[in-house]
Design a protein around this ligand. Sequence first.
Ligand code: URA
Length: 259
Amino acid sequence: MASVLRWYADHGVDEAIAETPVNRLDQAPAKPVLAPETPAPSMAQRIESAAAPPPPASQAVASAKEVAESATTMEALHTAIESFDGCALKRTATTTCVYDGNTQARILLIGEAPGAQEDRQGKPFVGPAGQLLDKMLGAIDLDRSKVLISNMLFWRPPGNRTPTAEEISTCLPFVERMVEIIKPEILIYVGGSAAKAMLGRSEGITRLRGRWFTYTAKDGREIPATAVFHPAFLLRQPGRKRESWRDLQAIRRRLESYT
Ligand code: URA
């Protein structure tokens, strides 16, 4: 049993979905199904379903766009995200984790997705990676009272697996709207997922970090944007902190040039 559980955990299955455990060994074996309970669809039915409405993924994106665009304040956007049911991750997550920090800030940081502790507390970057992120911000005299921190996804992917392209595109309209509402002077993508999704580029973080890009918001506003290594990566590869230090100093210089 222990090795089966380890095998599950290695594959990212580390979440109990139900409140109480179920011993499947005690349950009566399922009766063999001798005949299909529903008849196979006729040719006419198959043709009809092929012409059915768009698949759930595109419906979810369309509905995310609609509700995101109707939000004009961060409070309204927060409520819209919390009541949005188009992302399947919401079903396995404990909380909706939207943002932390100052909604009047000049700097908006966007990470990947909540992890286990973020999922419990409903706040981005509060686990070990968040503690390192706080230190990185502290190194350039910033803290959560001076920045706003959010993620590309608002629900934890089970086992912290990498978000799928579908999950990212479903949540993207909310992130885009957040940029429009906050109007930051600088956007910082924390890690490769956010950098690639927001910049629409395919290079990895090693190529994207330390450079300046222009992010054009939906309202046409042009915002300087840069990418930094994700603190979770730096925890695994502390030797890369030297590059991160240089990236942070470049952000500090850019901020000083605005004051
Ligand atoms: N990693 C992220 O990208 N975001 C969080 O909120 C926590 C860990």
